[in-house]
Design a protein around this ligand. Structure first.
Ligand SMILES: NC(=O)c1ccc[n+]([C@@H]2O[C@H](COP(=O)([O-])OP(=O)(O)OC[C@H]3O[C@@H](n4cnc5c(N)ncnc54)[C@H](O)[C@@H]3O)[C@@H](O)[C@H]2O)c1
Length: 290
């Protein structure tokens, strides 16, 4: 989609961090924006931020794991602005800790938000986007954790690898239908992800303290707080990521790699896989000749 001005975007997790950066970048590009988020106080802050500018902005409180609520939010978006052209399935949460410390509640919460939330966004909006026939673009937020497995990130890795796979597949399905697909794969960005436990439902409460532990699972207590702070201090400015998302939509870029320096980690994984193919090729040859 080259021309964004006047088009309508729907951004989940839009009231904080990366989602808010997308909202700001889309508004700056002249788009009408629906900010969808589960956290009312954060939505109120976004409304207050945009009130003086008279931007076309609608804030909707919605939990991406609730399919009926997503359909209702889509109805609200269409009632306000007509057709949705850009969908950003961005809401996400994290837990961290070695695999044996993960509870069913950890698995259920993270997979419901990070994976089911994306599925629900696609299922809700894709039929509407295809029906209006004006084309569009879907941006799914994954992570570099969708490309490289890391210790202490089993649950988060699982959700993000799934989002990368989904995005690669649906991009091929939808290209002939005039709908582009990008997958956003950030490294560390300065957001509130490390306190994502603030939105964790009581029904899926943590059994151990995994809430703010993404990428900081290896240390405890005050040390962990310091480690999280140092990660955030070194993180990317989310505003830059908002601009990258706009550029990716305009150029129909598949992968949005915010940290090009992390390409070495993808390359190392590709090398490990290539080496394994080589070993299995030898093994098969030995079997057939022996
Ligand atoms: N910040 C990073 O370093 C980083 C790196 C890679 C990927 N990501 C991904 O980026 C996305 C955005 O995270 P962020 O870093 O901006 O964190 P954030 O906590 O600042 O923002 C996430 C937003 O999602 C909302 N949210 C959480 N659960 C929800 C639900 N059930 N329904 C609707 N909204 C919900 C939160 O209220 C919050 O506003 C996530 O998918 C995250 O996994 C972040």
């Amino acid at each position: 989609m080259q021309e964004l001005a006047g088009k309508v975007a729907f951004v989940t997790g839009g009231a904080s961090g990366l989602g808010l950066a997308m909202v700001r970048a889309f508004a700056a590009a002249g788009m009408k924006v629906v900010v969808a988020d589960v956290e009312q106080a954060a939505l109120d802050a976004v409304i207050a931020e945009f009130a003086p500018s008279n931007a076309d902005l609608l804030a909707v409180r919605v939990d991406v794991t609730d399919r009926a609520a997503m359909a209702a939010a889509a109805d609200q978006a269409e009632a306000a602005f007509g057709r949705v052209h850009v969908l950003c399935n961005n809401a996400g949460v994290g837990v961290g800790g070695s695999i044996e410390t993960m509870s069913y509640a950890d698995w259920d919460w993270v997979l419901k938000v990070n994976l089911d939330g994306v599925v629900n966004g696609v299922q809700t909006f894709l039929p509407r986007m295809l029906a209006h026939g004006e084309g569009g673009h879907i941006v799914n937020t994954a992570s570099m954790a969708g490309h490289v497995g890391a210790p202490g990130l089993s649950v988060y890795n699982t959700s993000k690898f799934a989002v990368v796979g989904l995005s690669e597949s649906m991009r091929q399905d939808l290209a002939p239908r005039g709908i582009g697909v990008s997958v956003l794969c950030p490294g560390v960005v300065r957001t509130n992800i490390f306190s994502s436990g603030r939105n964790r439902p009581a029904t899926l409460a943590a059994e151990t303290d995994t809430a703010g532990a993404v990428l900081a699972h290896d240390v405890e207590g005050a040390d962990r707080t310091a480690r999280i702070q140092s990660l955030l201090d070194g993180g990317l400015d989310p505003a830059l990521v908002g601009e990258m998302v706009v550029h990716a939509i305009q150029t129909d870029e598949c992968y949005i790699f915010t940290h090009p320096e992390l390409g070495a980690a993808s390359a190392a994984r590709a090398t490990q896989i290539a080496d394994a193919y080589t070993r299995w090729t030898s093994w098969r040859e030995q079997q057939s000749t022996g």
